[in-house]
Ligand binder design. Sequence first.
Ligand code: NDP
Length: 308
Amino acid sequence: MDTEKLIIIGSGPAGHTAAIYAARAELKPLMIEGRTPGGQLMLTTEVENFPGFPKGMMGPEMMMQFKEQSLRFETRIESDDVTSVDFSVHPFVVKTAEKTYQAESVIVATGASAMWIGVPGEKEYSGRGVSACATCDGFFFKGKNIVVVGGGDSAMEEANFLTKFATKVTVLVRKDTLRASKIMQERAKKNPKIEFIWNTEVKEVLGDGAKITALKIFNNQTNETSEFPTEGLFVAIGHKPNTDIFKGQLELDGKGYVVVQPGTTRTNIDGVFAAGDVADHVYRQAITAAGTGCMAALEAERWLAARE
Ligand code: NDP
């Protein structure tokens, strides 16, 4: 088996930026992009805050351009999911369902995924009125009354986007304040189709067996429980890092994010670097992911050069 110089696991802004830099440094990187490539920008609408795109760009289109740029410099891309890694041996071992690879260095850029509330009915009605992706599913809610849960930028973005289709969007917020940035809050508050209900938690998703019909909601100030009729529920309450395959292999923090040495992308394993949302619960932006992807490639390049 050939040993790769560098394997990049993941294909969001961090993975592709790492690939572009590593390929231009002639490391001939192999990217394992996963079965659902492109990361979270594939699930977003317009990206307005990525410098260099003054008119904005749709997230999936931006990811296609990232990929095109990686391929231009001859990154090799495999579309499998990584199922396990062994970082206790060197060369490192990276396995997919089909193949086993060896690598001198690895960049972990597996990102993060949407979180679910974890109440009864949520899983049961997933895809039957319950969703975590307005871009994917918004179209199915034309002329309907729907609910968005969450108080961050994601919730505001989803709520605004969903007003293109829905008659009314009710945002349920568990506190009496929003965590979202001021500009996103204002946009949502000004939208006549959006209404906020504060201090309110979802306790159960109710349905008729085929589709969602209502939510059991709880006001944490008055302790009242009631039923709120709705035809759709969009969950937008944050994300969790995709690190299951690295448990026991890399040092993870209490929330499951990969721990990197401050100011670097170095993990606790020499030769393994982490970039993007998988190691960042603070900024979680496409641009910061791209920035750390660049750092990881430069660090991998220097680490490999020092070994030679
Ligand atoms: P955040 O972690 O910022 O916000 C999560 C929200 O969900 C909070 O309001 C939180 O409430 C609420 N929440 C968490 N768990 C529950 C629960 N079980 N039930 C009800 N509510 C819950 O996540 P986001 O995904 O919104 O944003 C992540 C990052 O991505 C941020 O940095 C954001 O700025 C960025 N982003 C930027 C966008 C843009 O610029 N266009 C678009 C989307 C995201 P509480 O406040 O009570 O904890």
